[in-house]
Structures are given as C-alpha cells and as structure tokens.
Design a protein around this ligand. Sequence first.
Ligand SMILES: *[C@@H]1O[C@H](CO)[C@@H](O)[C@H](O)[C@H]1NC(C)=O
Ligand SMILES: *[C@@H]1O[C@H](CO)[C@@H](O)[C@H](O)[C@H]1NC(C)=O
Ligand SMILES: *[C@@H]1O[C@H](CO)[C@@H](O)[C@H](O)[C@H]1NC(C)=O
Ligand SMILES: *[C@@H]1O[C@H](CO)[C@@H](O)[C@H](O)[C@H]1NC(C)=O
Ligand SMILES: *[C@@H]1O[C@H](CO)[C@@H](O)[C@H](O)[C@H]1NC(C)=O
Ligand SMILES: *[C@@H]1O[C@H](CO)[C@@H](O)[C@H](O)[C@H]1NC(C)=O
Ligand SMILES: *[C@@H]1O[C@H](CO)[C@@H](O)[C@H](O)[C@H]1NC(C)=O
Ligand SMILES: *[C@@H]1O[C@H](CO)[C@@H](O)[C@H](O)[C@H]1NC(C)=O
Ligand SMILES: *[C@@H]1O[C@H](CO)[C@@H](O)[C@H](O)[C@H]1NC(C)=O
Ligand SMILES: *[C@@H]1O[C@H](CO)[C@@H](O)[C@H](O)[C@H]1NC(C)=O
Ligand SMILES: *[C@@H]1O[C@H](CO)[C@@H](O)[C@H](O)[C@H]1NC(C)=O
Ligand SMILES: *[C@@H]1O[C@H](CO)[C@@H](O)[C@H](O)[C@H]1NC(C)=O
Ligand SMILES: [Cu+2]
Length: 389
Amino acid sequence: MRHGFVAFGVVFALSAGIQAQSNTTSLKAQFFPEYNSSRVQISYGPFTAPSSTDNNGMQDFVVRNVAKPCSSCLITFIEAGLQYPNGTYANSNTGMWLHHTVLFNENQTDTVCPTNPSRFFASGNERTPINICVNGTQKAGYFLNETDQIAILVELMNETVEPRDAVVTITFEYIPTVPSGFNLAAPVWLDIGNCTNSDMPAQANTTFEYSSAPWTSDITGQILDTAGHIHDGGTYIEVLQNNKMICNCSAAYGQTPGYIETTPMNMSMMNMNMGMDMVHISSITSCFNDGTLKKGDTLGVTAHYNTSEYAPMMDNDGSLSPIMGISLLYVAIGGNSSTTPSASSTTSGSPSSTTVGASHTATNAASRLSGAEITGLGAVLGLWILFGV
Ligand SMILES: *[C@@H]1O[C@H](CO)[C@@H](O)[C@H](O)[C@H]1NC(C)=O
Ligand SMILES: *[C@@H]1O[C@H](CO)[C@@H](O)[C@H](O)[C@H]1NC(C)=O
Ligand SMILES: *[C@@H]1O[C@H](CO)[C@@H](O)[C@H](O)[C@H]1NC(C)=O
Ligand SMILES: *[C@@H]1O[C@H](CO)[C@@H](O)[C@H](O)[C@H]1NC(C)=O
Ligand SMILES: *[C@@H]1O[C@H](CO)[C@@H](O)[C@H](O)[C@H]1NC(C)=O
Ligand SMILES: *[C@@H]1O[C@H](CO)[C@@H](O)[C@H](O)[C@H]1NC(C)=O
Ligand SMILES: *[C@@H]1O[C@H](CO)[C@@H](O)[C@H](O)[C@H]1NC(C)=O
Ligand SMILES: *[C@@H]1O[C@H](CO)[C@@H](O)[C@H](O)[C@H]1NC(C)=O
Ligand SMILES: *[C@@H]1O[C@H](CO)[C@@H](O)[C@H](O)[C@H]1NC(C)=O
Ligand SMILES: *[C@@H]1O[C@H](CO)[C@@H](O)[C@H](O)[C@H]1NC(C)=O
Ligand SMILES: *[C@@H]1O[C@H](CO)[C@@H](O)[C@H](O)[C@H]1NC(C)=O
Ligand SMILES: *[C@@H]1O[C@H](CO)[C@@H](O)[C@H](O)[C@H]1NC(C)=O
Ligand SMILES: [Cu+2]
C-alpha cells in the first residue's frame, strides 16, 4: 500500500537489442479440441524489480517483438501470472506485485484510441482470466497474423529493500487456424483516462467516482467477455452501453493468502485498517454474452471507489497512489457467429473477409513504433508515447 506510479522508470528494449527470454510450456487444451487447439504457458523475463526505496519499488519494462503463442491463429483465452524464477507463486504476501501487464499488437491499431498500437490483453495483480470464447461456447478468438509482432509491458512492484527477479507467465489457448464459422474478436479498451493516461488521482477516506468519455462504436458484433480493472479502494466498475449498465464488475478483497499482507507495516503511513492485515483486490468479476454492440452505440465506464471501506495504495512518501478504471471488452466481428449466423465465412488461415479494426489503419501505430531514432519511451496503459525525432 505504500507504492505507486510516481516517476516510474521505463526499461525499453528494442527488438534488435536486449530481449526478455521466454520459455514455452505445453498445457492441456480446454476448448475446441476438435479444431486441434493448444494451450501454452509462455514465461517472459526474468524482470528485476528494484528496491522498494527506488520509485516505490516500481519498474516498467517494455519489450518489443516477444514470443507469440502462435501465428495466423485465433487466441481464445489469455491469463497472466507472476512467479519467482524458481517457479513459485509470487504475490503481495511475499512483497511482489504484478502491478500491470499489457500485450500490444504492434501491427494493429487500437480499436478505441487509434494512435496506439492495439492493446489486446491486460491484467493487474488480480489476474482476471480473459475468456474470449466463453469456455468454448462462442466460436471466437483474437486473430494474430503471421506478420504481427507483439510487445509486452510489465510493471512490477517490489515491497522489499533488495531488488528481486520475477517472471511473468501468460497462458494462451488458441486454435492454430481460423476455422470457417469462427469470429474474430476486437478488443475494446474503455478507460476513465480516455485516450491519455490511465492514472487518475485518488482521494482518501471517502467515496468518489470517475467516468470515461463515451466511445462511439465503429464496429458491430456480439460482446463476448467484459473484464474490469480498478485499484485498491475500488468497489466496482460499471460498463455502460448507450448510458445503460450492461456489466457491473465487482471487486473482492483478500480471498486468498496471496492477497493478504501480514508483513509489518509502517504504521505512520497507514490512515486506516490500523492493526489489521492489509487486504488487496483479489478478483474482479467479468461478464459474458452482454448482447450486441452496434455501430453508432456508445460505450463507457464509471469506476467507483470507497476508500473508507478499503485502503488505497500509498507511495513511500505517504501520498496516495493514482488509481485506474478500465474495462476491456471483446466483440465478435465478422465471420459467422454461433448466435447470429450469416452467409459470410472465412477460410482456414486467411480470414480475408474481415480484419480486426478493419476501419483503422495500422500504419500510424507501426510508424510510431518503428525506427532507429527512438530515444526513449514512456508507456502507460492508456497511452504509448514515443519521444525523440
Ligand atoms: C487436426 O490435426 C489432424 C492431424 O494433423 C488433422 O488430420 C486434422 O485434419 C486436424 N483437424 C482440424 C479441424 O484442423
Ligand atoms: C527459461 O528456462 C531457462 C532454463 O531452465 C532458465 O534459465 C530461464 O530463467 C527461463 N526463463 C524464463 C523467462 O522463465
Ligand atoms: C523461491 O524464490 C523465492 C523468492 O526468491 C523464495 O522466497 C522462495 O523461498 C523460493 N522457494 C523455493 C522452494 O526455493
Ligand atoms: C469456465 O469454466 C470454469 C471451470 O469450470 C468455471 O469456473 C468458469 O466460471 C467458467 N466461465 C465461464 C465464463 O463460463
Ligand atoms: C523488493 O524490495 C525488497 C526489500 O526492499 C528486496 O529484498 C527485494 O529484492 C525487492 N524485490 C524486487 C523485485 O525489487
Ligand atoms: C474518515 O471520515 C470519517 C467521516 O467523514 C471520520 O469520522 C473518520 O475519522 C475518518 N477516518 C480517518 C482514518 O481519517
Ligand atoms: C474523459 O472524458 C470525460 C467526458 O468527456 C471527461 O469528463 C473526463 O474528465 C475525461 N477524463 C480525462 C482524464 O481527460
Ligand atoms: C454494482 O455492484 C456493487 C457491488 O459490487 C453494488 O454495490 C452496486 O450497487 C452495483 N451497481 C449497480 C448499478 O447495480
Ligand atoms: C463506504 O464504506 C463505508 C465503510 O465501510 C460505509 O459505511 C459506506 O456506506 C460506504 N459508502 C458507500 C457509498 O457505499
Ligand atoms: C515510516 O514512514 C515514515 C513516513 O514516510 C518515514 O519517515 C519513516 O522513516 C518510516 N519508518 C520506517 C521504519 O520505515
Ligand atoms: C495478414 O498478413 C498478411 C501479410 O502481411 C496480409 O496479406 C493479410 O491481409 C493479413 N491478414 C489480416 C486478416 O490482417
Ligand atoms: C509490424 O510492426 C513492426 C514494428 O513496428 C514492423 O517492424 C513490421 O514491419 C510490421 N510488419 C508488418 C507486416 O507491417
Ligand atoms: Cu491499474
């Protein structure tokens, strides 16, 4: 709880330079075995989290062109985890947080914020599984083209005085082709920071809320999975379609030992829960099959906080860490839908009739991400900024 986002450093590795290593482990596929699906866990890293005395123990890493689970394939499920290099579970009870991880598709443009590369997966420490295919009941997945390159942003937070290493694991389930009848899923990132920074100021010992600007959809399709992300102090985040709530993602705290900090706290930094174990957000509910999104509809989020009920995170200097309010939706576009059959279909491996975010061009994002002139990079979740000429 004494940590935050102030002036976090960013370690930026060009694809030609240092690369995080990755190892891939095969797991048992759970959905669509009849389509020769696979499930793999890729570990990225190790990343070194700095001492808690530096930048509140926060460090951002952005690594470009990292290992992909598959090429020209449909990703049906994604879930993040955090481990120590020896393979054991890492969480706040041992002082290590997966503060954030985001996967970008460098060759696709973000559905909502077209100056960003496509943000197709994100996780906070709550580690919500992204179940695009709804346990195999929806024929849909995120399409990764053979030429697409992905980048990973990792933001670790360390609560110990000495730097430690951790490995980010991402479990992917995928179908190695794009079978006929399957939909491509477009990721839709809604953010109380709109298309700028995801960080917003917190308030102590009170209730407060923030709303995003409404985004006007330029896509039509079924909403498959709606996931939410808020920080400690948050109670729920509402997702609104045409100003009507379609999903209420609720936070639960301290459900498993990993999310309960029993380590001694610096009492002078605490303004509440004095003498109690600190509980952190351990899960946030998702919604599935939220209906149809139509071109012209608006989508937005309102994030609700009650910092009287749950302690917010704090930086080392005792100030409140920024908070967030994000929802990531996956919308089935193109191809045949299991519930809205249409005449169009895609042939294996080349979904020629549909592309994710087809109305956008990836050129801008690709050009912003390429080139030897890049001298530095500041990346936050809502915004990917390149500095230099
Ligand atoms: C699955 O793999 C087997 C063996 O390679 C192949 O014969 C079969 O056609 C594949 N099925 C599909 C749906 O691609
Ligand atoms: C990959 O495996 C090697 C050998 O076991 C290990 O040294 C390395 O740390 C692993 N890397 C990751 C990211 O798990
Ligand atoms: C694994 O590494 C963590 C962090 O360094 C350490 O605390 C833990 O004791 C190790 N566990 C085993 C089984 O070696
Ligand atoms: C998927 O299946 C798992 C395991 O049975 C279950 O816990 C989970 O709630 C299911 N999720 C959905 C979206 O149906
Ligand atoms: C976190 O800080 C602790 C103590 O300040 C230190 O022992 C640990 O190595 C650090 N971990 C990381 C990942 O920086
Ligand atoms: C929080 O606010 C309530 C009423 O506004 C007040 O009674 C209480 O003392 C405050 N608690 C802290 C820890 O500041
Ligand atoms: C996002 O847009 C909404 C509505 O226009 C506005 O109220 C809010 O202040 C904006 N937030 C930021 C961080 O710009
Ligand atoms: C959303 O869920 C929370 C509980 O997590 C509840 O307090 C709130 O009233 C719900 N909001 C709506 C609009 O139903
Ligand atoms: C916020 O939490 C406090 C303490 O648990 C509770 O008394 C209050 O009713 C909550 N406020 C809202 C708006 O839910
Ligand atoms: C506790 O926090 C205060 C305020 O940030 C700081 O001055 C003090 O050194 C800290 N004490 C310990 C033991 O870390
Ligand atoms: C995949 O990449 C190839 C080669 O760059 C391109 O021709 C094709 O249109 C792409 N497919 C989609 C669906 O974007
Ligand atoms: C994909 O993006 C990377 C990074 O911007 C770029 O180097 C590569 O040329 C792009 N590939 C295609 C096929 O556009
Ligand atoms: Cu966050």
